[in-house]
Design a protein around this ligand. Structure first.
Ligand code: ZN
Length: 81
């Protein structure tokens, strides 16, 4: 995770500057954040987050929807000889 400029928020730990996106948690400083990123909880969360990203096609399939594939119009309109 690269360094991103976060909005300073005095109500958050570390003024909201040390944020773990997958865990949605704020940390007091860079060291605490780095240590957190080595924990099992973080790695598990990271894996879960990466698995949660589906394409719309996969989501439809999971919901029992199938996509009807129609033949191109020009094939259907071929004149009968
Ligand atoms: Zn984390």
């Amino acid at each position: 995770m690269g360094k991103t400029l976060l909005e300073i928020d005095e109500d958050l730990p570390g003024l909201g500057q040390f944020y773990c996106t997958p865990c949605a948690r704020y940390f007091h400083d860079e060291t605490t954040l780095s240590n957190h990123q080595l924990t099992k909880d973080h790695k598990r969360r990271l894996r879960t987050v990466s698995e949660e990203q589906y394409t719309q096609a996969e989501a439809d399939l999971a919901a029992g929807k199938t996509r009807e594939v129609l033949a191109p119009v020009n094939v259907l309109r071929r004149p009968v000889s």
